[in-house]
Design a protein. Structure first.
Length: 151
């Protein structure tokens, strides 16, 4: 249901932006919504796959939680910090990558299973990259293809 709701929010945002700012901007905006679907699906799949290995399952679920903190942190940064929307999203992505990175370092130092946090950290870096490069051709191709197939 979470992934479906992300899709619906992305679809509505895409059509709203499409009518006011054009296809390129609307496709770039998909980097904020639909780009989250594969990472969240992967983390959930890995959490369920490792449900009998408590240490791994717990870390994958925490990694999902870090991703889900993004919208709340972003709104706080934008509203309370009075940052422009794009800057607030960039700051949020950096914060989420930093949280994942700190969890990764703590588990490495404590010789705990760190693979879930490594995956989460890399996915958060990917999300940061996608947001920052949303107007580049490679993202325009991915987002545009998604929009054609599902919207």
């Amino acid at each position: 249901l979470l992934l479906l709701s992300i899709h619906v929010v992305g679809k509505n945002g895409y059509h709203n932006i499409l009518s006011t700012a054009g296809k390129e901007v609307a496709t770039g905006g998909l980097s904020l919504s639909i780009a989250n679907i594969p990472p969240l699906a992967l983390l959930y799949f890995l959490a369920i796959k490792n449900r009998k290995i408590t240490a791994l399952h717990m870390r994958y679920m925490i990694a999902i939680s870090v991703f889900l903190l993004g919208p709340g942190i972003g709104r706080a940064i934008i509203v309370l910090g009075q940052f422009p929307f794009p800057v607030g999203v960039s700051i949020t992505n950096v914060v989420l990558a930093a949280v994942s990175g700190i969890l990764l370092v703590v588990d490495i130092v404590q010789s705990k299973p760190y693979k879930p946090y490594l995956i989460a950290f890399l996915l958060n870096l990917l999300m940061l990259l996608i947001w920052e490069r949303q107007m580049d051709g490679w993202w325009q191709t991915i987002g545009g293809t998604y929009a054609k197939l599902f919207f």
